[in-house]
Structure formats: structure tokens, C-alpha cells
Design a protein around this ligand. Structure first.
Ligand code: BGC
Length: 768
């Protein structure tokens, strides 16, 4: 087995994911799942030595650039991880010689990646090497690396070359221009560069420390360096004569800053940023690897205390939940509300670092219940990008705020217009999502309301939330079309969540959510009038809202076309869906995207086949609106037609299956979600993690099995654990209080998180 999940005993039990065997074919998988980060930056886990097919990558949250004719993306910043190592003249390279032992592991508890290798060179020299690295949670600008080298059966010189290499690209696209590269009097190096189009300065500084352990005692040593430079590149090379049995270590500390950092403005000069990076590097170096690691570890320990979920059940389930939580924290830019979470986090170039509905619908609930302040920050991103959404509405002939399907720095639409070539027609596939996948605006409104319900954060609503919410309502009011024949309001020519159907009329998910949102917008206006007249008057003035507009929203909400067949309870996904051709999906199940190898895009989009949950996610989000019978009828209809070709799908199915009492199916879907990134499929996540699916894992556990649900303004906890789970403990915030929830044999024990006092012990709990 290439991946081992149960590694780690004692305090590390179910905290370690390990790779037991190196293969260049699996590099993408491990570079992604072992990625490290702190929300400021994300570092793929490329190995120190370089191999064909690798994807070295490090990305700074929010630092976007646009190459001519392409959409904006997160540039791959200069590589600092690479170490070229010569052992008595032979290059350390696992493709040659013999690997005697190999183990690389990510410790989720402490956020550190460690690799132990024993390698025999083609010349028969054996060496033990250990590589360690972490991206500091305690100081977001700092990354630390340590390489330990121990010759087993020889003495000879070791040579190490490492520094900064700005010759990296984003799959061929070069975003960085030549800047300065220098070495300081104390031997630190730095490299500056700028992004091509957005013109943002980036500074990387590094310092080195060398240690020698001989006869049991370890001492710092000074080594002379040779400088090697090239285009956007500065490297230092060091030599040291090693004796058999000695242990030689190099510590490399890297400090990274950019012009978009919250403490600077974009135009900050190099003369300011370089000293800042060098000062911080100096401070970090004085502490050294071990102390920096202690600080980093402490920060992780505090985070785990706040967010940890303990599960007594199969080891893999516990590990998968921790894997999701670990990655949430390393991918979320908690330091800057102008940035949100990308669909792949900061772990790869898939979807170019863009933000989708994945954040609001899939990931945000975790933050709302666990770290409400971070959830607020994530919603503020939508406030900062309101101008982009207003602009998009205007350009399309609408009013209010129409949010981008894919969003980056400014909120303008960043979805590419074309995708890959259709193998059947030979034409590039036109991507329509940026034009017509419009439910994102309703999703954002939904997330704002949800946040407000759970946190009671009135100030957020007064200052930011209400404005976004009302502007989205206004967009929908200008977007709907009146159908005189039916005396209803409709939304034509859209893409719903299921992207295997395009240009559809009256997508049920979209229409229902719009109805819901317009109702809530009127409710919100009434609430503001009563609770904060001043705020309401300000908003009316700034947004030029008049009473008739609210009345109009009320009418549209009432007459919104929301399909539901009274007899069967079925909700037609969009008009005409049920008349489309049905096809045998069995050859394509479990093989993501394989249907497109056999069928043309036109065939797929005109059949009854779903890429992902559509009506089923509606049943979840507006759960209060539908009876159990309606949920069951729609589940029975849509579930067999869904391929789960989007990673967003299985977890939602897990939750609805749990709602329907089918815990076995729910568990199967939960496992499917867990395996999207963490499973044995070595090609599942080369381009980066599936952030929304990780959010889905958390939701399947908390909303699905633990049965936590916001319903009719209250929090209901009605658990139903899978057969193999004996106990689960989690933490939730609800209206300003933090609770510890223990669920055992489907009974809930609710404790005050701070005092430990038991507040309730029941089969089912409802919190007002
Ligand atoms: C899914 C979308 C999702 C996007 C980013 C697509 O494949 O269909 O729902 O937002 O991926 O994760």
C-alpha cells in the first residue's frame, strides 16, 4: 500500500498520513495532499530533489496576475524548496541507486512534513537523510526547512546547492519579471520580482544555519558559500567534508512578503519591503528551527482545541475528518478579508485560485460554527467585491449585485470562456458558467443569512451584510421574467448546480433560492426598520431603495415559479428535464468524467444525467420547505441519475440520506467524499485539493450524522451515527456561546465549552 493512514501511535494515532514508497508517478497526489500552508501561502509538497513530472508550487493568497489573453491566476512564486545534494560526488536521486527505506509523512496535529530515506548510491555509498519542513502558523511570512545527512558506510564531501529559483511557471505561463538578487554581509540572500500585469512586488529572503553532530554532541559550524545566479535565480552552494557516522544538518529559513500584504499597499517600494523581509528573517533565525517549530506547534494545538472532532470509530474516518480540518486552516486567508478561499485552496493551480460558491455553501458552515470571526472575514470578501458584482449586473443589463461565478481580486467575472477540446466534435467547449451560472448570487445571500442566524452578529448585518443582501435581491428582481400565461415570474437560460445541463429554463434550485431570498430581503428590511432605523435610512439613501421596490420583491417572491408536482412530490430540475433521454449510467459510475470520453457534450447535456446534486442540494438548503415524502420522492428520482462527477456531490447525498434515515447509504457517500483526495486513486488531485468536498466531509459529520441543523430559527441536534461509530465529540458556536457536544449511542450530552458544565443530556436537543 502506497499510502498508510494508521501510522502514528499514542498521541499521534490517526494524525499521520504516510507515503511508504516513492514513485514519480504519484508525485502530484502527494504534492497536493501533503501541502503545507498558513492561509497566507500554500506550498505543494514537491521533494527537495527534482524529478520529471513534478509540480513545484507555492502560491500567495490573493496575489493574482493575468497573462495576455488569459484569465487571472495565482502565480507560482520562486521555488525555495529545492536542494541539490551531492554525496561524495554522486547526486542524491531516488531514481538511481537503491532505496533501502522510505517514509514521508504529514503530521496533521503539528503541521509538519517529514521524510526519512535511506539510500544507496550507484557507487554503493549508503546515506540516511531526513527532511523536515513547515509553513509557520505562528508567523505567516516564515517557512522552515531542515535537511539532515548521515553517511552510513563512507566518508566524503557533501555538497548542497539551494536558494531561490524564479524560473518556475504556471504550467508554462511565466508571471514573474526579473528583479534584484543579492547576498547580504551576513550571508543571507534575497530575490525580488514583480508580477507581469498586476505589477505586485514579491520579496523572498533566506538564511542558512549548519550543524554538525559528532561523537554525540552537536555544534554550529560556519561554511563558505559560492554564489550562482541566473535569470530570476540566486543559489548558494556549500561544501563540507563528512566523516562516516557524523550527522550534518542544514536549516534554511525563508521569509516572504509581497506588495499586496495587508500591512502594505500594492505600490510599496522595494526599499521598504526588502528590509521588512530581512528583519523578519533575522528575528526568525535568532530563534532557530526548533523554537520556531515550537511556536508553530503551539498555534496548531490552540486551533485543534477549538475545532477538533474526536471520533471513536474506524481509524480512517477520524483521520479523514482531521485531514479536512487541517486543510481548512492551512488554505484559509484569515489575515485579510479582501481574500477568500479558492476551490483548490492554495494547494495547486486547478481553477487558478478562483473563488466559487464552494466557499459559501460548502466550507463556510464549518467556520460559522467553529470560528465565527473567520466566517465573518470570508463574507467580508463578498463586501469588498461588491463593486465587481455591481459592474457585472450593469454590463448584463441588470440592477443590484450579480456576483461572478469565478471571482478573484476585484470580484469581476474571471471564468474562462473556453475549456478543453470536445473529443467528438473537435471544437473547444464553450464554458457558459461565467455568463449564466447565476445561482452563486443567491448562494452568497443564503450564506449571509445563515451566518447571521447562527451568530446574531447584528453589526455585520448593519454595516455589510444587509447591503449585499439587498443588492442581490435587487439583481434578482431585475433578472426575473414575467410569464403572463402562467402569471408567474421565471428565470430562463441558466445553469443550475448540475453543470451537465446548460441553457435551461427555470432551474428549480435557482428559482427556489430566489424566492427564499426575496422573502428574506423583505423580512430583513422590516427587521432593520424596527431594530436600527438609522441604518435602514442610510441604506435607503445610499441604495435609493423605495417602498415600491420592496412591494415588488414581495410580489415576485409570491409568484416565483417553483415547480412541485403535488401528486408525485417531484420537483423537475428544470423545464423539460423529465422528457430528456434516459441513459444507462452504469459504465460511468465511479469513473469521474468518463461519460465525456464516450459521448459528445450535446448528448450529455440533453440526457437525464446529473454531474452533481441539484434538486438534492435544494432539499438540504431549504430543508424546512419540504416534507420527508417530498425529499424521499426526489431522492429516489435523482440519486440514480447522478454521476457525482463533481466532488461537491457525495457529501450532500450523505446528508440527505441521513435525513431520510438511510444511514448505511449516508455512510457510503461519506466515505466516497473522504476518498476524493485521501483515497487510493493516485490521480485524483494532481491539480490541488477539493476544498468544497473537504467542507462536505465536515457537513456530512456535523449536519448529517450528528444531526445539527438550523431549522425555523433554532438549532436542532438529532444525531444518528453510523453503525461503526461509538462516540463523537465536537464543538459548536451558537449565538455567542460555545458548546461541547458529545454524542454516544445517539444521545446528546451538551456541555459549556469553557466550564465543562453539563447543560443537557437528551436524545434530541433544541437550542433557542
Ligand atoms: C463544479 C462546481 C464547482 C467547481 C469548483 C465544478 O466542477 O461543477 O459546482 O463550483 O467545480 O469546485
Amino acid at each position: 500500500m502506497v499510502i498508510s493512514y494508521t501510522q502514528g501511535a499514542g498521541k499521534y494515532k490517526n494524525w499521520i498520513i504516510a507515503e511508504n514508497q516513492f514513485s514519480i508517478y504519484n508525485q502530484g497526489k502527494f504534492e497536493t495532499i501533503f501541502s503545507l500552508g498558513n492561509g497566507y501561502m500554500g506550498l505543494r509538497a514537491a521533494t527537495e530533489e527534482s524529478y520529471p513530472g513534478e509540480k513545484r508550487g507555492c502560491y500567495i493568497a490573493g496575489l493574482f496576475d493575468r497573462f495576455d489573453g488569459e484569465v487571472t491566476e495565482l502565480p507560482n512564486i520562486p521555488d525555495f524548496i529545492q536542494f541539490d545534494i551531492l554525496l561524495a560526488g554522486e547526486e542524491f536521486n531516488l531514481m538511481e541507486g537503491k532505496v533501502i527505506s522510505y517514509n514521508r509523512r504529514l503530521n496533521l496535529k503539528e503541521g509538519i512534513l517529514i521524510r526519512d530515506v535511506e539510500w544507496e548510491s550507484p557507487g554503493g555509498r549508503r546515506t540516511k537523510l531526513t527532511f523536515k519542513r513547515f509553513v509557520s502558523m505562528a508567523d505567516r511570512h516564515i517557512v522552515c526547512q531542515k535537511v539532515i545527512i548521515k553517511p552510513v558506510n563512507y566518508s566524503g564531501p557533501v555538497n548542497i546547492t539551494t536558494g531561490f529559483n524564479g524560473q518556475v511557471t504556471n504550467s508554462g505561463t511565466q508571471h514573474l519579471i526579473e528583479g534584484n538578487k543579492r547576498i547580504t554581509p551576513n550571508g543571507d540572500i534575497y530575490l525580488t520580482t514583480r508580477t507581469q500585469e498586476s505589477d505586485v512586488i514579491l520579496v523572498l529572503a533566506a538564511g542558512y544555519r549548519f550543524l554538525l553532530k559528532e561523537n554525540g554532541s552537536e555544534n554550529e559550524i560556519n561554511l563558505k558559500h559560492r554564489i550562482r545566479t541566473g535569470r530570476r535565480k540566486i543559489l548558494l552552494s556549500f561544501d563540507f567534508p563528512l566523516e562516516e557516522g557524523d550527522e550534518f544538518s542544514v536549516e534554511k529559513t525563508v521569509s516572504i512578503y509581497s506588495g499586496i500584504d495587508i500591512e502594505f499597499n500594492k505600490w510599496e517600494r522595494e526599499e521598504v519591503i526588502v528590509p521588512t523581509a530581512l528583519d523578519n528573517l533575522g528575528r526568525a533565525q535568532r530563534k532557530g528551527f526548533d523554537l520556531l517549530f515550537e511556536e508553530h506547534k503551539d498555534k496548531w494545538a490552540r486551533l485543534w482545541k477549538e475545532m477538533g472532532i474526536e471520533l471513536t470509530g474506524p481509524d480512517f474516518d477520524q483521520l479523514a475528518v482531521r485531514f479536512a480540518l487541517y486543510h481548512f486552516l492551512q488554505m484559509t486567508p484569515t489575515h485579510d478579508s479582501r481574500i477568500s478561499i479558492a476551490a483548490k485552496g492554495l494547494s495547486g493551480e486547478g481553477y487558478k485560485g478562483h473563488v466559487f460558491w464552494d466557499t459559501e455553501i460548502f466550507i463556510l458552515p464549518f467556520f460559522i460554527y467553529t470560528f465565527p470571526d473567520i466566517a465573518r472575514n470570508l463574507l467580508l470578501y463578498r463586501y469588498h467585491t461588491l463593486a465587481g458584482a455591481r459592474q457585472k449586473a450593469k454590463e448584463n443589463g441588470y440592477r443590484g449585485a450579480m456576483y461572478a461565478w469565478e471571482s478573484a481580486r476585484t470580484g469581476e467575472e474571471t471564468t474562462p470562456k473556453y475549456g478543453h477540446i470536445d473529443p467528438v466534435t473537435g471544437k473547444p467547449i464553450r464554458i457558459w458558467c461565467g455568463d449564466i451560472e447565476q445561482h452563486i448570487s443567491a448562494d452568497i445571500a443564503y450564506a449571509i443569512w445563515y451566518y447571521f442566524q447562527v451568530t446574531d452578529d447584528c453589526n455585520f448585518m448593519y454595516n455589510y451584510g444587509a447591503e449585499i443582501f439587498l443588492e442581490i435581491a435587487r439583481f434578482w428582481a431585475s433578472r426575473v421574467e414575467y410569464n403572463q400565461m402562467r402569471d408567474s415570474y421565471e428565470i430562463n437560460d441558466v445553469i443550475g448546480p448540475d453543470e451537465y445541463s446548460e441553457h435551461v429554463d427555470n432551474n428549480a434550485y435557482t428559482n427556489y433560492l430566489v424566492k427564499w431570498q426575496l422573502q428574506k430581503a423583505v423580512e430583513l428590511a422590516d427587521w432593520l426598520k424596527e431594530r436600527n432605523k438609522e441604518c435602514w435610512e442610510r441604506l435607503c439613501q445610499e441604495l435609493e431603495i423605495v417602498e415600491e421596490e420592496l412591494e415588488n420583491w414581495e410580489i415576485i417572491a409570491e409568484k416565483m415559479y417553483t415547480p412541485l408536482d403535488k401528486e408525485s412530490g417531484l420537483i423537475e430540475q428544470f423545464e423539460g428535464f423529465m422528457n430528456q433521454k434516459e441513459i444507462d449510467l452504469s459504465p460511468y459510475r465511479g469513473k469521474i468524467g468518463s461519460i465525456l470520453d464516450d459521448m459528445s457534450w450535446e448528448e450529455v447535456t440533453s440526457s437525464q444525467v446529473l454531474k452533481q446534486a441539484d434538486v438534492v442540494i435544494l432539499l438540504y438548503l431549504l430543508g424546512d420547505w419540504f416534507t420527508r415524502d417530498i425529499k424521499k420522492a426526489n431522492w429516489d428520482y435523482y440519486e440514480p441519475k447522478t454521476l457525482h462527477d463533481s466532488s461537491l456531490s457525495p457529501a450532500i447525498h450523505a446528508i440527505i440520506a441521513a435525513d431520510l434515515g438511510d444511514i448505511e447509504t449516508a455512510y457510503t457517500y461519506f466515505q466516497q467524499s473522504c476518498k476524493i483526495d485521501l483515497g487510493e486513486d493516485m490521480k485524483s488531485c494532481d491539480d490541488g485539493l477539493h476544498a468544497a468536498s473537504l467542507g462536505g466531509i465536515w457537513q456530512a459529520v456535523v449536519m448529517g450524522f450528528a444531526g445539527v441543523r438550523l431549522t425555523k430559527g433554532k438549532l436542532r441536534i438529532n444525531p444518528c451515527l453510523p453503525r461503526g461509530w461509538q462516540k463523537i465529540t465536537l464543538k459548536i458556536n451558537w449565538r455567542g456561546k460555545k458548546y461541547l457536544l458529545k454524542i454516544e449511542e445517539n444521545r446528546v450530552k451538551l456541555k459549556d465549552f469553557n466550564t465543562g458544565e453539563v447543560l443537557m443530556e437528551e436524545r434530541k436537543v433544541v437550542l433557542p
